[in-house]
Design a protein around this ligand. Structure first.
Ligand SMILES: [Fe+2]
Length: 586
């Protein structure tokens, strides 16, 4: 039984393949077409998924599309009557989604009649919920999906038992925690798609000084719900003005905050203007109010479901700062967030929704690691090294055993070198988790500056993240509940903050990845070797890229290594050192 999930014509286009209930592959289109957050039709991702499963399109039994244009039709019609531009946009969306069999046939140079698979439309948030619950380790769990907007809803919740999910509520457009976060981020001068992350980092530098006002921006009751104070927004008047380009370009979003927000909070920050304390406090209040609302909803969801475990999905589930506080702020004792909690994850969710909820098959899979993307054989890596400029530019190239490579690489990191670390299958989701990572010494207070100056060029208020051996988590962090996908931030133990200053944020937290030997033996070994050398089984881990999607192929890793001021590159069992003069003065 082969089920192909396709998230198309939406940010983070992606594909996933599930064979007999097991996830075989899942990947975002951006990793292939090299356009961050790419929308459009994920032809390359589908092609990769089929190849990884060793099947052709003709052997796919079911195709799951995480979008149902017919969902909430009544609400959509009401808006269409009020807003003709919105009606036109909806008509375009509908035409695209109805045309998915044709797009697929075209991509595979066949005719739609030759695709024998049955097509299923799965509502956006049901796919989100399926993407987390059906691959979680829990037999029973409360479920919450929260994001900007999908199929005209922003939020959905319910409970999962075995192979069934029961939905108990949802919140429709225009009320949305994701759009709230986006609109205030835009107001604070962060206008690009995906900038919410930056604002979450900035929040730690401020105080929640405007909570009274923000409690009017998002209003709550005692249940699992909230409403936006619509005066502060404009999306309900203009329609959700997001451009998902067909050409696979990065999505764009029009400003969603109203003049009234600026009247109440002061003028919006020009993106080119400096970030001041008022903006830091605005970010802190934005985050604090999100947490209040989210925890209130989770407490109500707990009261409703009486479950110990909760599965989260949707863009809001990427809020690692909030996730890290769930154990303190709600009665939930266990949490699961899969690595592609945002819309890329819909491809996995739709496929599992078909497998369990529609076909009634029993559960047989737990997502224990994030490595569902492309991998390259030793021969392919060797060919990429040989075809590159590495040797001609005077790099020292060594081929080592698996043990040696971890030991040598750890020595370089302990000596303050910046390491590009490329191994095995690419990560699923936006976080590098030890297969396409840049690794550095967490003990150096200046490492954040060095990384920013030499490679990442990020705003200084954005934190870098730590990877810690799972068995040492409690020694360094105040909580030890696993965070294998970097979806929770925990407080670093006060006595350890000076030990790992580089990935410790200004508020004393770290968005950690807990690494087990089972999930990633090579990365685990690298961190253990670093621990043996330094006494600190933690490394700083940031994504292997430079203002682009995370590298996917060895050629892209080599190119990024040559283009930036990284010192050492490990590709499989190859270790490449730049000559000393190529490194930067520190
Ligand atoms: Fe979504």
């Amino acid at each position: 039984m082969n089920i192909l999930g396709i998230n198309a014509y939406h940010g983070n286009a992606s594909a996933a393949i599930v064979c007999d209930g097991r996830l075989i592959a899942a990947v975002e289109e951006e990793r292939f077409n090299r356009v961050k957050y790419a929308a459009g039709f994920p032809s390359a991702a589908i092609r990769y998924c089929l190849a990884a499963a060793g099947i052709t399109l003709a052997e796919v039994d079911h195709i799951a599309i995480p979008r149902n244009p017919w969902a909430r039709l009544g609400t959509k019609l009401l808006y269409a009557i009020k807003m003709p531009s919105f009606a036109r946009e909806r008509a375009k969306v509908l035409a695209r989604f109805v045309g998915i069999p044709e797009a697929l046939a075209q991509a595979f140079d066949t005719s739609p009649e030759k695709i024998r698979a049955r097509f299923h439309r799965v509502e956006h948030h049901q796919a989100h919920l399926a993407s987390t619950f059906f691959v979680s380790p829990f037999e029973d769990a409360a479920l919450l999906s929260a994001d900007g907007l999908g199929d005209f809803a922003s939020t959905m919740w319910g409970v999962g038992h075995g192979q069934r999910m029961k939905i108990s509520g949802s919140i429709a457009f225009p009320h949305s925690l994701g759009l709230y976060y986006t609109a205030v981020s835009q107001y604070l001068g962060f206008r690009k798609f995906g900038d919410e992350y930056k604002v979450m980092g900035l929040a730690a530098y401020g105080q929640p000084a405007y909570l009274d006002e923000f409690r009017r921006i998002v209003r709550t009751n005692d249940g699992v719900g909230f409403r936006l104070g619509l005066d502060y927004f404009r999306h309900h008047r203009t329609g959700p003005d997001m451009t998902w380009s067909d050409s696979g370009k990065t999505p764009e979003i029009a400003p969603m905050f109203s003049d009234y927000m600026a009247e109440r909070l002061g003028p919006a920050r020009d993106p080119a203007a400096p970030v001041e304390q008022i903006h830091r406090d605005g970010a802190a209040t934005l985050q604090a109010r999100l947490e209040e609302v989210l925890f209130g909803m989770l407490r109500a969801l707990h009261a409703e479901t009486k479950q110990k475990a909760v599965c989260l999905a949707g863009g809001v589930a990427f809020n690692c700062v909030a996730n890290g506080k769930i154990f303190d702020q709600t009665p939930f004792e266990r949490i699961f967030v899969q690595p592609a909690a945002g819309d890329a994850g819909l491809a996995v969710g739709a496929a599992y929704f078909v497998h369990h909820q529609i076909l009634g098959r029993p559960r047989a899979f737990v997502m224990e690691n994030a490595y569902w993307g492309p991998e390259y054989s030793d021969e392919q890596v060797r060919a990429a090294v040989n075809a590159s400029r590495l040797a001609s530019e005077g790099m020292e190239i060594a081929e080592l055993s698996e043990e040696e490579i971890a030991r040598e690489a750890a020595k370089e990191v302990a000596a303050g070198k910046i390491l590009g670390w490329f191994q095995g299958r690419a990560e699923w989701g936006p976080r590098a988790l030890g297969n396409r990572s840049i690794v550095a010494d967490p003990r150096r207070p200046d490492m954040k500056n060095i990384l920013n100056a030499r490679i990442k060029h990020r705003e200084m208020f954005r934190p870098f993240a730590p990877s810690v051996l799972a068995e040492s988590t409690g020694e360094y962090f105040e909580k030890s509940y696993p965070s294998p996908f970097m979806t929770q931030a925990y407080s670093v133990r006060p006595e350890k903050r000076a030990v790992i200053p580089a990935p410790t944020h200004v508020d004393g937290t770290g968005r950690l990845q807990t690494v087990t030997r089972e999930a990633n033996p090579r990365y685990w070994r690298l961190i253990r070797e670093f621990g043996n050398l330094t006494g600190v089984p933690v490394v700083l881990n940031t994504s292997f890229n430079d203002n682009e999607p995370i590298v996917c192929r060895p050629e892209e890793a080599i190119d990024c290594f040559l283009r930036t001021r990284m010192d050492v590159l490990v590709l499989g069992n190859f270790l490449v050192r730049k000559p000393p003069q190529a490194g930067a003065p520190r």
